[in-house]
Design a protein around this ligand. Sequence first.
Ligand SMILES: Nc1nc2c(ncn2[C@@H]2O[C@H](COP(=O)(O)OP(=O)(O)OP(=O)(O)O)[C@@H](O)[C@H]2O)c(=O)[nH]1
Ligand SMILES: [Mg+2]
Ligand SMILES: [Zn+2]
Length: 306
Amino acid sequence: MTDTKLNGLVTRLQAGFYTIQVDDREITCRLRGRHKKNRLNEDIVAVGDWAEIYLLKDGSGVIEEIHPREKIFFRMAPSARGEYKQILLANPDQVMLIFSCTDPEPSLRMLDRFLVITEKQNIPVVIVANKIDLVGIRAARKLFSEYPKIGYEMLFTSAKKKRNIDKLKKCLTGKISAFSGPSGVGKSSLLNQVQPNLGLSIGRLKKTSSKKGRHTTVVRQLFPLDEGGFVADMPGLRSLSLWDTEPEELDGYFPEIRGLVADCRFNDCSHINEPDCAVKQAVENGKISTQRYDSYVRLRLGDDDY
Ligand SMILES: Nc1nc2c(ncn2[C@@H]2O[C@H](COP(=O)(O)OP(=O)(O)OP(=O)(O)O)[C@@H](O)[C@H]2O)c(=O)[nH]1
Ligand SMILES: [Mg+2]
Ligand SMILES: [Zn+2]
């Protein structure tokens, strides 16, 4: 048999089938059986993986090999067999953390938790505050005012009024990005504006905003952009647990804290109730926001309620 060997990008997985993009072609593949026995606590194939496939005569393919991942954006998800490493996107260049200014109200504590996870995974982030049409740009900037101060890149958008879509587009060009954030914030709506031919389904507006929210997007999928690059639309995330994190490790994941800890009197300072603590001092004189400090303390104490 003269099977052709090709390399491509995994753009979609569903019910045992994998879509692999090879240049401009999409090839539906299955996974070779022997792979299925490995790595039970982690996804074997993830969106964003580079795969080597054999092309069969009928035009479908078989995944032969998954290339080693440079980086992964993942979360620990609960499963029947314990915690499971769910790969949200393999080989990401960046994660767009999308929150809405209202409807649903932004949970900054959840944003802080996301930021700790992306810091830990060493993935660049851009924070996107969407639905600025509902609150106005000034209120939007005020809501998220801490984040540019501590060095995070931020965009303020409206999918509905098409505000700053060009900036978002520019940010995505040539990169592999994930759209992540809670449900109902407008991830799919924004992506539809960036690339209007996608026609992604978006949620219906709910008058009474239930806190849980229904997920409109249910599968992760990478979409090629006309200008180059790929974006993964994702279902909204409701919970994100911190795993394997030593309390003192957290210092390094808060940009405004990590530079100060050397000035604390004790080198194992927890920045909660020790004397001569440079972090607490910075909170007192307004250099660190009380909201960010509160997120830090909660994470440090292992408080999972957010
Ligand atoms: N006013 C306003 N509404 C928006 C904006 N962007 C999205 N919406 C509305 O918000 C709702 C949710 O939008 P989606 O794009 O489905 O949100 P999502 O983040 O993809 O949600 P999931 O797929 O469930 O994670 C829809 O009713 C949209 O019309 C915006 O910029 N302004
Ligand atoms: Mg969606
Ligand atoms: Zn301290």
